[in-house]
Design a protein around this ligand. Sequence first.
Ligand SMILES: [Zn+2]
Length: 69
Amino acid sequence: MTIQSVSLLDLSTDSCRWPIDDGSATLFCGDTALVGCSYCTTHRALAYTPDRKRQASGLHGGSASPSRS
Ligand SMILES: [Zn+2]
């Protein structure tokens, strides 16, 4: 565990703003963010996880189709 969480006040413009919930206060990753991105490499990958696509396609799920007449 090498996450160096920082508070909002310690965030700089190039700090990763991924929120870290430690149960007591709102902290952020604070790692160096990628250029043009608000997150570091690790958290950018999490932010753009394919899970979102799955959820979006799930809205079109045919499980509730009116098949009985
Ligand atoms: Zn991060």
